[in-house]
Ligand binder design. Structure first.
Ligand SMILES: C[S@@+](CC[C@H](N)C(=O)[O-])C[C@H]1O[C@@H](n2cnc3c(N)ncnc32)[C@H](O)[C@@H]1O
Length: 270
């Protein structure tokens, strides 16, 4: 893909962007110098960041496979990012070729790149929207075209809610989504955690993100658990990323799960 395909004209290049920084953590090519400089500042504070990003993607993959195997065939992937590494439709459609996926991101490069790769992929679409307006998002025609709100939906908020610092706004997002989906739907949340780092290091990370397009906010396990309001956590509950249904003894960071600095949980709407 040439740069002209994935850099929409309106993209501001003067501030690091969290989607493109994350692409850099994962070894992608859809990032600019300003993103790489911010990422390098974060590496000084968290040298494990590339590993953490990979552990997060691996957790996302295992959760999506588990949901498809449980019969879910439609996904709303909110804060989906730049689909560099194993996008959700590839994971889901490998298990169920009829699975449908709507990608949602606020970042123009993420949406443009998603649209470019989805052009010839049936049952997928990419929508640009701010997840904080989840109540409107679920009524967007592009969303309704692919997602049947009468049937169970897998809603993915993976590595998204730490970009929504206000607890009440984050909770309201989850509430709006829960109200919109039918019983038997699932929510997947992964989130950066406070427990393994001293407060100064967490504040330094939050300071780097303050210069970016989205502020960042670590939460404790208890605060993350509170985001599952109205959902029942399925096994194994809210756990460090590598501990969510690992597939083999060799899984990334499984020998030292706290190093992932993030939790993953899947909740079912009763
Ligand atoms: C760290 S990436 C996570 C990507 C993917 N979900 C994953 O876990 O691999 C976070 C994504 O959330 C997006 N994002 C941040 N705030 C958002 C908002 N208010 N609405 C929609 N997307 C948002 C960013 O643009 C970025 O692509």
């Amino acid at each position: 893909m040439t740069e002209s395909n994935w850099v929409p004209e309106e993209v501001p290049l003067d501030r690091p962007n969290v989607a493109r920084m994350y692409d850099y953590f994962l070894g992608g090519a859809h990032n600019f110098a300003v993103d790489r400089e911010a990422a390098q500042q974060l590496y000084k504070l968290f040298p494990d960041l590339p590993l953490i990003a990979q552990a997060n993607r691996a957790g996302l993959r295992r959760a999506v496979v588990a949901l498809v195997e449980a019969g879910v065939d439609q996904f709303l992937d909110i804060g989906s990012g730049i689909p560099t590494a194993g996008p959700v439709h590839e994971i889901a459609q490998r298990v169920n070729p009829r699975a449908r996926v709507v990608y949602v991101d606020v970042e123009p490069v993420a949406v443009a790149h998603s649209r470019a790769i989805l052009q010839s992929v049936p049952n997928t679409t990419a929508v640009r929207a701010d997840a904080r307006e989840a109540a409107e998002l679920v009524h967007r025609p592009e969303v309704r075209e692919l997602i049947d709100f009468q049937k169970p939906i897998g809603v993915l908020l993976v590595a998204l809610l730490h970009f929504v610092p206000d607890d009440e706004v984050a909770l309201q997002m989850v509430r709006s989504l829960r109200e919109a989906v039918p019983s038997g739907s699932y929510i997947v949340i992964s989130h950066a955690a406070t427990e393994q780092s001293e407060p100064d290091r967490l504040s330094a990370v939050e300071r780097v993100y303050r210069e970016s397009t989205s502020p960042f906010h670590f939460r404790s396990r208890e605060q993350i658990a509170a985001l599952f309001e109205g959902f029942e956590l399925i096994e194994p509950g809210l756990v460090y990323l590598p501990l969510w249904r690992p597939e083999s003894d060799d899984d990334l960071l499984l020998d030292d799960p706290q190093r992932s600095n993030g939790y993953l949980g899947v909740g079912r709407k009763p």
